[in-house]
Design a protein. Structure first.
Length: 317
C-alpha cells in the first residue's frame, strides 16, 4: 500500500502532484504541437493538460514516466480515488462493478458464447470475469492493482495476470474488453494495436472511455491525475482505426462505449476533423480555481459523487 504521506500529497488542493514526468509526443498521430486545455483538475490541484493540434487527443503534460505510473497504479490509485484502504475493495466499488459487469455482459451477449475465450484488460475486482464465466466462457484478466487482483483470484477463482506481456505469445481471444482503461495508459493507441493482434478471426473488442466532450460536467470535473489521456468520440475511433479496427454494426454504440471488429475494405477511415483541438480548448477552458470555488459550481458535483458512493454502498447485490 502507498504511504499516508504520498496519499495526502495526491489530495491537497492548489499543489502539484508528486511526480516529475517527461515530455512526450502524441500517441495517436506522433505530433508535438499542442494547445493547453486545462491547468487544474477536479481536486483543484495543478495539472497541465493539452490537446494535440494534429488530432485532438488530450494528454497530461508532462506525462508521468512508466515507472511513476506503474508504482501509482500498483499501490496508490485505488486508495486515492476509491478509498480502498483495506485488503478488499470497498462495498460501493463492488456494487457498481457488478452493475457495470451486467451491462457489459448483456451488450456483448452474442459474443459471450460457451467456450469463447475472453480477455479483460484492467479486470479490477473481477466482476466481469465472473459474469463471462457464468455464460460458459474461458476467461483471463489483466490487473496491475495488487489488492484488486488478489481479491478477484480469491473471490471469483479467476486467472488474473499482472501484465499483458505475461500472456503466451500465441494466445488469441474471441472477446477482448478494455473498460475505462485506455485513459489510464501512457500508450493507449499502442495498447489497442497489441490487443487487436490478440483477436481471433471474427472476434470483437469492447472499449469504453470517459467522453471529455460530455455535457453536464464542469470542465474541472473532467480532469484528474489517474486519467493521463482524454478521448472524445472522434479520437477513440481514430485510435481504433490505427489498430485496424472499426465499429461493429451489429452492436449498439453508446457514444464512447463501442464494440469494434477487424476493419473491412468497405469501412470508412476514422479521422478526426481539423480544428478539433481548438474546439476542445474552448469547450474545456475551466474557471480559475479561486473563481471556481466562489462560483459554487463545485457543490453539485461533490454532492453527486457522495450520493453515488452512498447509493452504491447500500445497493442490493
Amino acid at each position: 500500500m502507498s504511504s499516508p504521506l504520498h496519499l495526502v500529497r495526491h489530495a491537497v488542493p492548489f499543489t502539484r502532484y508528486p511526480y516529475r514526468g517527461e515530455g512526450m509526443a502524441c500517441n495517436l498521430c506522433g505530433g508535438t504541437e499542442t494547445l493547453t486545455v486545462a491547468e487544474t483538475d477536479r481536486r483543484l490541484k495543478r495539472l497541465h493538460s493539452v490537446a494535440c493540434t494534429g488530432c485532438g487527443l488530450i494528454r497530461t503534460d508532462p506525462m508521468p514516466s512508466a515507472a511513476e505510473l506503474d508504482a501509482y497504479y500498483a499501490s496508490a490509485y485505488r486508495a486515492a480515488y476509491q478509498f480502498a484502504l483495506g485488503r478488499r475493495p470497498p462495498r460501493h466499488h463492488l456494487n457498481r462493478s457488478r452493475r457495470e459487469a451486467r451491462f457489459r455482459a448483456d451488450l456483448l451477449g452474442p459474443a459471450l458464447r460457451p467456450g469463447a475465450r475472453v480477455l479483460d484488460v484492467g479486470s479490477g475486482s473481477g466482476e466481469f470475469l465472473a459474469a463471462a464465466r457464468a455464460r460458459g466462457c474461458d476467461v483471463t484478466g489483466i490487473e496491475p492493482g495488487r489488492t484488486y487482483a488478489a481479491y478477484a483470484r480469491a473471490e471469483h477463482g479467476t486467472p488474473v495476470l499482472d501484465r499483458l506481456d505475461e500472456l503466451p505469445p500465441d494466445a488469441v481471444f474471441n472477446v477482448v474488453t478494455v473498460h475505462h482503461v485506455l485513459e489510464h495508459l501512457r500508450d493507449p493507441v499502442d495498447t489497442l494495436v497489441r490487443l487487436a493482434g490478440r483477436l481471433a478471426p471474427g472476434g470483437v473488442l469492447y472499449a469504453a472511455v470517459p467522453n471529455m466532450a460530455a455535457t453536464g460536467k464542469p470542465p474541472h470535473e473532467r480532469f484528474h491525475f489517474a486519467h493521463v489521456h482524454g478521448f472524445v468520440r472522434q479520437t477513440l475511433d481514430a485510435a481504433a482505426g490505427r489498430a485496424g479496427l472499426a465499429p461493429h454494426p451489429a452492436y449498439r454504440r453508446e457514444d464512447t462505449t463501442v464494440v469494434y471488429r477487424h476493419a473491412e475494405a468497405s469501412d470508412a477511415p476514422c479521422l478526426p476533423e481539423p480544428g478539433l483541438a481548438q474546439d476542445l480548448a474552448a469547450a474545456l477552458a475551466p474557471l480559475r480555481p479561486g473563481a471556481y470555488i466562489a462560483s459554487g459550481a463545485w457543490i453539485a458535483p461533490m454532492v453527486r459523487r457522495n450520493a453515488k458512493a452512498i447509493r452504491d454502498t447500500f445497493a442490493a447485490r
